[in-house]
Design a protein around this ligand. Structure first.
Ligand SMILES: Nc1nc2c(c(=O)[nH]1)N[C@H]1C(S)=C(S)[C@@H](COP(=O)(O)O)O[C@H]1N2
Ligand SMILES: [Mo]
Length: 327
């Protein structure tokens, strides 16, 4: 693990289980990303890099109070300049700088597999498929930082109900756009592309599981996963795939991009759990981005909660499971 990884600036992929070629490509990429990682340490500097709130089209939504935390929201500048989106580079500041090449219109999403009515939805159809809600969720990255984000979207279940999953549908795969011309990070083999994530069908149908199209009252900026991304607030952030083009209902547990890269560190479930740290670092605490003094430079370290604090709503999904084994 390099020093940037130790400080929580990127998801490490252990070199000992990564093929040499991939490892070398990754080192080259990290070298190039060094300057960006340094810039990411200075929150005051980050704000200068990116257009402020108010630049993107508004997206109307009604606040869902039942599913919203009253904790202080992470400032828009931090939510949109401190990102993980490896398709645009591995440093936190790279996605805001590089994601301008992503074209989000026209856009469509294929929903297929174990469903009675497979079909392709245009982004316009998806935007009016169900009423938009604002939900203020905690967002916890496995690297050890967290945010509080006012997402806009609707439960994924609203979409899945339209295609009528068959009884054989036990898992759902979420697949990101694969186009190195628009996503320069895909020229590196740091992860297997396209980015693939997955949920068990009951997790996917859970009312907290959000298909998100916006944040802070506006459509998603590209760096946060425009034009639509997944948000699963009781799991580590990497479970929420960005810029989704394909949703596939399947019989078998998916092999996700992170599980392929580092199976000992990134489990299929990846429920937030302060007592389970399969990685080389502890998940017991988190740094709440943008909440400290001096423009957020000194971020407070707070205890991480089981299921990211959503246990009351989701613990039943894992009854009888061993959360250490099924991490
Ligand atoms: N396609 C894609 N989706 C992705 C990622 C990525 O690199 N590519 N990074 C994940 C990780 S590690 C996290 S923590 C969240 C970050 O979301 P945010 O940048 O909007 O906070 O996106 C997740 N979704
Ligand atoms: Mo993450």
């Amino acid at each position: 693990m390099n020093k940037w990884q130790q400080q929580g600036f990127e998801h490490p992929v252990p070199s000992d289980i990564t093929p040499q070629t991939v490892y070398r490509a990754r080192r080259a990429l990290l070298g190039a990303a060094g300057a960006g990682a340094l810039a990411a340490m200075l929150p005051q500097a980050r704000a200068l890099e990116v257009a402020p709130q108010g630049r993107l089209p508004r997206l109307a939504a009604e606040r869902n109070a039942e599913y919203s935390t009253s904790e202080k929201r992470t400032p828009y500048d931090d939510v949109t300049t401190y990102n993980n989106f490896y398709e645009f580079g591995t440093s936190k500041s790279a996605p805001a700088r590089n994601s301008g090449s992503l074209r989000t219109r026209p856009w469509s999403v294929v929903v297929e597999g174990e469903v009675q009515r497979p079909r392709t939805f245009s982004i316009e159809e998806l935007l009016r498929l169900a009423p938009m809600q604002e939900r203020i969720y905690r967002h916890r990255c496995v690297e050890g930082w967290s945010m509080v984000i006012p997402w806009i979207g609707y439960p994924l279940s609203a979409l899945l109900e339209r295609v009528q999953p068959t009884s054989a549908a036990r898992f759902v795969e979420f697949i990101t756009l694969h186009d190195p011309a628009q996503m320069p990070g895909q020229n590196s083999s740091i992860l297997q592309w396209p980015y693939l994530e997955g949920l068990r069908i009951d997790e996917a149908m859970h009312p907290l599981t959000l298909l998100s199209f916006g944040l802070y009252g506006e459509v998603l900026p590209n760096q946060d996963g425009a034009p639509l991304r997944m948000v699963i607030p009781w799991k580590y952030g990497f479970k929420g795939g960005k810029s989704i083009v394909r949703i596939r209902l399947v019989r078998k547990q998916p092999l996700t991009s992170w599980m392929r890269a580092a199976p000992n560190w990134y489990g299929f479930y990846s429920n937030v759990n302060p007592e389970v740290s399969p990685q080389d670092w502890s998940q017991a605490y988190e740094r709440r981005i943008g909440q400290g003094s001096f423009g957020g430079l000194f971020t407070p370290r707070i205890p991480t909660r089981l299921f990211n604090g959503y246990g009351e709503q989701v613990a039943y999904l894992y009854k009888g499971m061993n959360l250490v084994k099924d991490f």
